[in-house]
Design a protein around this ligand. Structure first.
Ligand code: FAD
Ligand code: SF4
Ligand code: SF4
Length: 482
C-alpha cells in the first residue's frame, strides 16, 4: 500500500544533502550542496504525511503537486515523480535550488509546525529533475501543429523562457529577444554559480533552441528596434524585461572609484565563470581579490555579492544593513551560509559618507535602531544618535535593490502604461498591457520578486496570449484560457 512508504517523519529526522565545508566551497563557484544519494532522497520524501489539504502546495506559487511526487519518489518511481513535477513547472531543478523554500513550500509544511522539521521538498525536487536529465527522461519540447502565427518575447529570463516554451508547445513560431549575449536573464548573469551552476541554465536554453525557438541575443529593444517595429513583425508580444534600475545611495563621496553597482559586479563574475574576457574585471576594478570589501544592503543580491567576494579572495568582507537580522529581506539560509564562509554582518548600520576622494578608502557609517512600524508594517530604521563608526574599504558594492527602467521612453512607446513604481500596468484578468496584443510578465510587472513567480507568470501569460491569438485567428475562444 502506498502509505507504507510515507508518514515516517517521527522515526526519521529531517536531513538536507550535506554541504561542502566552508573552506572548500570558498575556493570555487560550484554549488555548495552535495547531491542526495537515491536511498536518502527516497527516505526523505517518505517523511511526508500526505496531507489532505497540502499547505506546501498552497504556498508554492506554481501549486506543484508536492505530496504526489514525494510519494512517487518514496516508492522509487523516480521517472513518474519527475514527470509529475515537470507537469506544472518549466524549471523544477532550478526552483529546487534557489526558491526560498523556508518562506514558501517548506515554511508551510505541517511537519515543520509539529516540530519535526519540514520535508526537504526543494532538495527532493532538485534531485528528481537532475536524475531525469542524467537518465535522459527529459524529453524534447513537444511542438504542436504549426499555427502560422508568430510571438515575440522580449527578455529571456525565467518569465520569458517559460512563456516561450508553452507557446511553442502550442504550435506558435516563437522569437525571443534579449540584450545580453546569452539567454537566462538573472539566472545566467545575476545569480552566482554557487547557488545555480550555469550548465543547469544553459541546458534548459539549449532544449528550447532545439524546439525551434529562435533566440535573438545582443538585441536590445529600444536600440536595435522600437516596440512598434516588433509589433509589426509578430502577431503578439510579451514584455518580460525584469527590473534593472539600481536604487542609489545618496552620500558624499559615492562617485569615487571602487564604489560599484551590485549587478555590474555579479555579471562580471558570472562572465568569468563562463570563461569570457571581462576587461572591467581583468583590470581589477570588479575583482575583490586582496581587497577590504563592504557590501551595502540586506537582500538576496547583497548575499550573493558578499559570498562572491569571499570566493574571489577578498581580504575581508563586511555586510552593512540598516535593520537587524530578523528584519532583513534576504534568506536566513543564505545569511548562515555567508557567515560560515567568513562574512561579517554589521547589523543596524547605514553609510553616511565615503572617504578617499577619487578612490574609496573607507566608509563612515551610523548605527541605526528600529523605530515605530511604517506603512508596510515593518519597523522603520532611524539613526541612533549614540554611534558612528568607520570601516576600511577599497571596494564598496551597492546592493540596495532594483526598480523598473523607464520602458515607455526606452522602447519609444509612449502609450505603454506604467504604475507609479514604473512597473508595467497590466489588466489583472488578461495580463495585457495598455497596448493591444502586448502582454507583460515577471519582475517588470511585479517589481523585484522571485524566479518561481516569474515562471508562474510565464505559464499564465502564455495561456492568455493563446486565447487572444485564437480569437484573432477567428477560431472559437475557450471559455477560460487553457
Ligand atoms: P529577468 O530574469 O531579469 O530577465 C529579464 C531579461 O530581459 C534579461 O535577460 C534582460 O537582459 C532582458 N532585457 C531587459 N531589457 C531588455 C531590452 N530592452 N531588450 C532586450 N532584452 C532586455 N530569486 C529567487 O527566486 N531566488 C534567488 O536566489 C534569487 N537570487 C537573486 C539574486 C540576484 C543577484 C538578483 C538580482 C535577483 C535574484 N532573484 C532570486 C530574483 C530573480 O532573479 C528574479 O525575480 C527573476 O529572474 C525575474 O525574472 P524575469 O524573467 O522577470 O526577469
Ligand atoms: Fe517549493 Fe519552489 Fe518547488 Fe514550489 S517551486 S515546491 S516553492 S521549491
Ligand atoms: Fe507533505 Fe508537508 Fe506537504 Fe503535508 S505539508 S503534504 S507533510 S510536504
Amino acid at each position: 500500500m502506498a502509505d507504507d512508504a510515507m508518514l515516517k517523519f517521527v522515526a526519521r529526522g529531517q536531513q538536507y544533502p550535506a554541504k561542502r565545508s566552508a573552506e572548500l566551497r570558498a575556493e570555487d563557484f560550484r554549488e555548495i550542496a552535495d547531491r542526495y544519494a537515491v536511498p536518502d532522497a527516497e527516505a526523505q520524501a517518505g517523511r511526508c504525511s500526505q496531507c489532505g489539504v497540502p499547505y506546501c502546495s498552497v504556498h508554492c506559487p506554481l501549486h506543484n503537486h508536492i505530496p504526489d511526487w514525494l510519494r512517487l519518489t518514496a516508492e522509487g518511481r523516480l521517472r513518474e515523480a519527475y514527470e509529475l513535477s515537470n507537469s506544472t513547472s518549466t524549471m523544477p531543478e532550478i526552483c529546487g535550488r534557489i526558491c526560498p523554500q523556508d518562506r514558501l513550500c517548506e515554511g508551510n509544511c505541517v511537519i515543520e509546525f509539529s516540530g519535526h522539521g519540514a520535508v526537504t521538498i526543494g532538495s527532493v525536487e532538485k534531485f528528481i529533475t537532475d536524475k531525469a536529465w542524467e537518465e535522459g527522461w527529459v524529453e524534447p519540447v513537444r511542438v504542436g501543429p504549426a499555427r502560422g502565427q508568430s510571438v515575440g518575447v522580449i527578455g529571456a529570463g525565467p518569465a520569458g523562457l517559460s512563456a516561450a516554451e508553452y507557446l511553442r508547445e502550442m504550435g506558435y513560431d516563437v522569437h525571443v529577444y534579449d540584450r545580453h549575449d546569452r539567454a537566462g536573464g538573472l539566472l545566467t548573469y545575476g545569480i552566482p554559480g554557487f547557488k545555480l551552476e550555469k550548465e543547469v541554465v544553459m541546458r534548459r536554453v539549449a532544449r528550447l533552441e532545439e524546439a525551434g525557438i529562435v533566440f535573438h541575443t545582443s538585441f536590445e529593444v529600444g536600440r536595435e528596434a522600437t516596440l512598434d517595429t516588433l509589433r509589426a513583425r509578430h502577431d503578439t508580444l510579451l514584455i518580460a524585461t525584469g527590473v534593472y534600475k539600481a536604487r542609489a545611495i545618496k552620500a558624499p563621496g559615492v562617485g569615487a572609484a571602487g564604489i560599484v553597482e551590485a549587478l555590474d559586479y555579479l555579471t562580471a563574475s558570472n562572465r568569468k565563470s563562463f570563461g569570457d574576457a571581462v576587461p572591467e574585471f581583468d583590470n581589477g576594478g570588479l575583482d575583490a581579490a586582496g581587497k577590504h570589501v563592504v557590501v551595502v544592503g540586506g537582500g538576496d543580491t547583497a548575499m550573493d555579492c558578499v559570498r562572491t567576494a569571499i570566493r574571489q579572495g577578498a581580504a575581508s568582507v563586511k555586510c552593512l544593513y540598516r535593520r537587524d537580522r530578523a528584519n532583513m529581506p534576504g534568506s536566513q539560509r543564505e545569511v548562515a551560509n555567508a557567515e560560515e564562509e567568513g562574512v561579517e554582518f554589521v547589523w543596524l548600520s547605514a553609510p553616511d559618507a565615503f572617504d578617499g576622494g577619487d578612490k574609496v578608502t573607507g566608509v563612515r557609517a551610523s548605527k541605526m535602531r528600529l523605530g515605530a512600524p511604517d506603512a508596510s508594517g515593518r519597523r522603520a530604521p532611524e539613526v541612533d544618535p549614540g554611534g558612528g563608526f568607520q570601516l576600511q574599504a577599497d571596494l564598496v558594492i551597492k546592493a540596495l535593490g532594483f526598480e523598473a527602467e523607464d520602458l515607455p521612453k526606452l522602447f519609444g512607446a509612449e502609450g505603454l502604461g506604467v504604475t507609479r513604481w514604473g512597473t508595467l500596468r497590466t489588466d489583472g484578468k488578461t495580463m495585457m498591457t495598455s497596448l493591444d496584443g502586448v502582454f507583460a510578465a515577471g519582475d517588470i510587472v511585479r517589481g523585484a520578486s522571485l524566479v518561481v513567480w516569474a515562471i508562474r507568470d510565464g505559464r499564465d501569460v502564455a495561456a492568455h496570449m493563446h486565447a487572444w491569438m485564437k480569437a484573432r485567428a477567428g477560431a472559437s475562444v475557450p471559455a477560460q484560457a487553457a
